[in-house]
Design a protein around this ligand. Structure first.
Ligand SMILES: O[C@H]1[C@H](O)[C@@H](O)[C@H](O)[C@@H](O)[C@H]1O
Length: 611
């Protein structure tokens, strides 16, 4: 196969014909240089300092996970203590994610201008301020302000931390170190669930500790980063060559960094030539390789959220209740077990990413996720089909105007957030069941009748809110465990990891800002629409829908995600030289950008783009 790439920018215009044998030779060269680099890194021992940098940066991921995870437990206490309406509850939960979406976009600009270190310092400062505001809040308006503040911190951290880790890591460790950030996110979610469990025994002011504890890791990160260096790549881009070399050599524990330094310097020089004019986003959109990278980056982030991770995590408590866990405290602790499973399987991802590579890991993960969602949906479907009928109509006058009494089955009753299912048991059979309005101040009990004190096992009375008693709960539980086992090692971390490495330096902050913003926007959309989707399509319909979306994501990954394992950040740009839907075809592309006289010859004019 021959491909023609025309040099239009050099002094003397010439054609560069690259045959597949050239490419194969280059691939061999590349493979051997990658393995030489790996051997070199093994010889020089563990790059100790890089682990310290990754740890302090990933505290940003921990705060991201903690602040998004802790709110569900805090809300249980807050809504009683501050008498919050459901509108205020929704506001307090979603303002953080909304603020994160906005600030991750703004973070791109700040990153380019002030550097990664300043942005991480800024994010940890904002996190600390937010944590303090939340822990001393005396009314809901101040709480809202605190939640907004932490959201601003999360957004900046989510797009900066991965970029910083990718830029300071040696290529053979990069995937693993960036993935550690997602490990810290899921670790933060797990710790948040434990803190929620522990302080739920403290009905008065327990939420202050839950929300305020985040100040500790935030302050630790701030202090740490006062002493940690800026990314050498950003320093070089800003022309601070002396510091860039110094930092690079410090990060590589005093090794000879000439080759790496030269390669970064050369690529920055080349980028200056082809980066073009105008705002960065415009330049990304008009330069084919950067545009393709952006589509792949945003697509991955979108499919991560459309696969429903946050609704599955959120609904884990319900799923567990369906499996027969009646006790509320128990449900809280079992939700911690779910978060822990998510964390544990992310650890598997850290181990696998440099072994099997990003592409295979993502492919296996998204396919498994789609299948697990089908199992989940099938469990919900069977439960719905075997849904117990309403057999008992209490004669309470206050029920006459309620819509709850119009439902004939538990399934339709529980899909209305205003109603719950009150029933008795005869062995395993459901008897004397009715659909009753829920107590708006406490969903663990009915507003009237025998369930107004919630479940009373000794009296043989059971209250089910949000779920129906079923004997198929084991299928749902199996689906949940399978889901986490498949999602967490791949689809959880890979969108963040891949985004941190696919953009050329000039487009890196903006590319990551856009894709992180996209992640947050999809996160809000999926969480806000879940209840409505479930009402229209029922639970099984919603999970079949997510499964279909995950399958679409699989097709996208097959076609568009190239392997970036082992490549230097400076080498990755060339991977996006091919048409978008053939990016995933092989490890290293058969058509590559050829740099001549410092120019990067590949653009919209040279290659047609079918995206
Ligand atoms: O990668 C993370 C991780 O998978 C979290 O568990 C999830 O809550 C986030 O939305 C996601 O971005």
């Amino acid at each position: 196969m021959e491909e023609l790439i025309v040099d239009r920018r050099g002094e003397d215009e010439r054609s560069l014909i690259k045959t597949s044998s050239d490419v194969q030779a280059r691939d061999r060269e590349h493979d051997s240089s990658t393995s030489t680099r790996q051997t070199r890194s093994v010889q020089r021992g563990s790059p100790c300092f890089v682990y310290t940098l990754a740890f302090f940066s990933a505290l940003g991921g921990f705060l991201f996970g903690y602040d998004t995870g802790v709110v569900s437990g805090a809300m249980l206490l807050l809504k009683r203590e501050m008498n919050l309406s459901s509108l205020w509850q929704e506001l307090l939960v979603s303002i953080t994610v909304g603020a994160a979406a906005v600030s991750s976009l703004a973070g791109g600009y700040l990153n380019g201008l002030y550097g990664r270190r300043v942005c991480i310092l800024l994010a940890s400062f904002i996190f600390s301020a937010g944590g303090i505001i939340l822990s001393v809040a005396h009314n809901k308006e101040v709480l809202l302000c605190g939640r907004l503040t932490v959201g601003l911190g999360i957004g900046i951290a989510s797009m900066t931390v991965t970029v910083y880790i990718a830029e300071v890591s040696p290529s053979e460790l990069r995937g693993q170190l960036v993935t550690i950030n997602t490990l810290f996110i899921t670790g933060g979610q797990f710790v948040a669930s434990v803190v929620d469990g522990a302080f739920s025994y403290l009905p008065h002011d327990g939420w202050r500790y839950m929300l305020g504890l985040s100040v500790v890791p935030a302050a630790l990160q701030f202090l740490g980063f006062l002493f940690l260096p800026e990314s050498p790549r950003w320093l070089l881009q800003k022309g601070d060559t002396q510091n860039a070399r110094l930092v690079l050599s410090r990060i590589r524990c005093g090794d000879n960094v000439d080759e790496e330094y030269e390669s970064i310097r050369r690529s920055i020089e080349e980028e200056k030539i082809d980066a073009g004019e105008g705002p960065v986003l415009w330049r990304i959109l008009t330069f084919a390789p950067a545009r393709r990278a952006l589509i792949v980056g945003c697509g991955l982030q979108m499919f991560q959220q459309l696969a429903g991770i946050n609704t599955v995590m959120y609904y884990s408590a319900t799923i567990l209740q369906m499996s027969g866990v009646q006790d509320d405290q128990m449900a809280i602790w079992l939700a911690s077990a779910t978060a822990f499973t998510n964390f544990l399987f992310t650890l598997l991802g850290v181990w696998l990413v440099e072994k099997v590579g990003r592409r295979k890991l993502t492919l296996g993960s998204i396919l498994g996720t789609a299948v697990s969602l089908m199992v989940l949906a099938a469990g919900f479907l069977l439960s719905a089909q075997a849904s117990p009928p309403v057999t008992f109509h209490p004669n309470d006058p206050s029920l006459h105007n309620s819509t709850c009494i119009t439902y004939g089955f538990c399934e339709s009753c529980m899909l209305n957030p205003d109603c719950g299912f009150c029933y008795g048991k005869n062995g395993t059979a459901v008897v004397e069941s009715s659909c009753i309005p829920v107590d708006t101040a406490n969903t663990e009990a009915a507003a009237v009748g025998r369930c107004s004190n919630g479940t009373q096992e000794s009296a043989g009375v059971f209250w089910a809110y949000n779920y129906c008693p079923t004997s198929y709960s084991w299928i749902v539980l199996l689906g949940l465990v399978l889901y986490l086992a498949f999602f967490a090692p791949g689809m959880g971390p890979m969108p963040w990891t891949v985004n941190s490495e696919i953009y050329p330096l000039w487009a890196r902050s903006t590319g990551n800002a856009c894709s992180a913003g996209f992640n947050w926007i999809c996160n809000v959309l999926v969480s806000l629409t879940f209840l409505h989707v479930a009402q229209y399509l029922t639970y099984y319909g919603a999970f079949f829908l997510y499964s279909g979306l995950a399958l679409l994501g699989f097709v996208f990954v097959v076609g568009c995600l190239p392997e970036t394992k082992g490549l230097r950040l400076e080498e990755i740009e060339s991977v996006f030289g091919r048409q978008l839907c053939s990016c995933g075809a092989g490890g290293t592309p058969s058509v590559q950008y050829i740099r001549v006289n410092g120019g990067n010859y590949g653009s919209d004019e040279d290659l047609t783009d079918d995206e």
